[in-house]
Design a protein around this ligand. Sequence first.
Ligand code: PLP
Length: 394
Amino acid sequence: MKYNFDEIVDRRGTSATKLEALPKGAPADALSLWVADMDFACAEPIIKALHERVDKRIFGYTLYETAETKGTIVNWYKKRYNWDEKPENIVFSPGIVSGYVYLLMLMTNEGDNVVVQRPIYYPFTDRAVDNGRKAVDNPLIYENGTYRMDYDDLDRKMADPANKVLVLCSPHNPAGRVWTADELRKVVDICKKYDKWIICDEIHCDLLRKGVTFTPILNVAPDYADKIAVCTAPSKTFNLAGMKTSNIVIRDPEMRKKWLTLTGKILNVNAPSTLGLTAMCAAYNEGEEWLEQVNEYIDGNFAFIDGFLKQYLPKAHMIPSEGTYLAWIDFNGYVHGDAEKLEKIMQQKAKVALDEGYIFGEAGRGFERINIAAPRSVIEDCMNRIRGAIEENL
Ligand SMILES: Cc1ncc(COP(=O)(O)O)c(C=O)c1O
């Protein structure tokens, strides 16, 4: 089946966060390409499975712990990444950020530090701080137009007894890097040296540019798997973020027991929604064809933006994307670090609602993150608005 990602799907009237909660300062009529969900219709097998489930007419309590569901998840890991996982190591979380918070509650105490690699998906910092932890930066190195990790700095950070956990975003949002086996192993070696936990968020792992291979961290760290928690979900991959169904892999039996006590007994968040479970299983069992096509379409969107910038805005630089559907663009050639000016131009002149780079950390000043999981015509509109605004104002 050939999917039509050029189709404009009307999201008005669906309480879509992307449309109803624009970033502060953005005018109500701005073109919204901020929060990370897709403007594409879901895969047909998911829609069909949901219809069939609705037709069963009862939406009672739904169990996560079935052989069928767990089999579906481990089969996805295996067939996509040759990742062998035991079903019992997988636990439910409604979302990845919630899962991140639960893990912080279990792995750290108030006042402890969490190490993040900025520029980074901002909830890793914000939720740590909201929960009385401190977020300490191990900044990525921005060099030759792309990003790499600073292992010497990481070694110093992990040596500090106050720094208890490293949060790894793999693939990295917003840098678009898909960490290689070698890069991941270096990180594991450093954390192992100081016996520190790793929370590895692999939510974007299925969204890869053509020819790029994703390496699950557990595949390169069999000797350290008991100190790693991995966050996975069908939500980004299959545009199911509102279905609130995620899967966390915790191999250490003690930590898993603590997780089950926290989520099951203390917080009571141990079961998926009925439709979330249906959607996830359909996605993992029958969604591959759609996924291959959506990745190809997103490749095309990246190629379009790259060509557009080179032709019309040559002082802007898009970081080459290896994964995710988030374009990370450096406008400092125009604004020289003046992030406030850039924000104003984007919001008030271009009338686009994007994620401003500085919210990912100071290193993001002068950058914009554009969610490009949208029809090409929308991306063209966005880029033309930006071009017009920059040409007029800079
Ligand atoms: C790296 C990363 N982790 C987690 C999330 C959010 O996951 P959830 O909605 O399941 O909390 C996002 C969404 O943009 C993300 O980019």
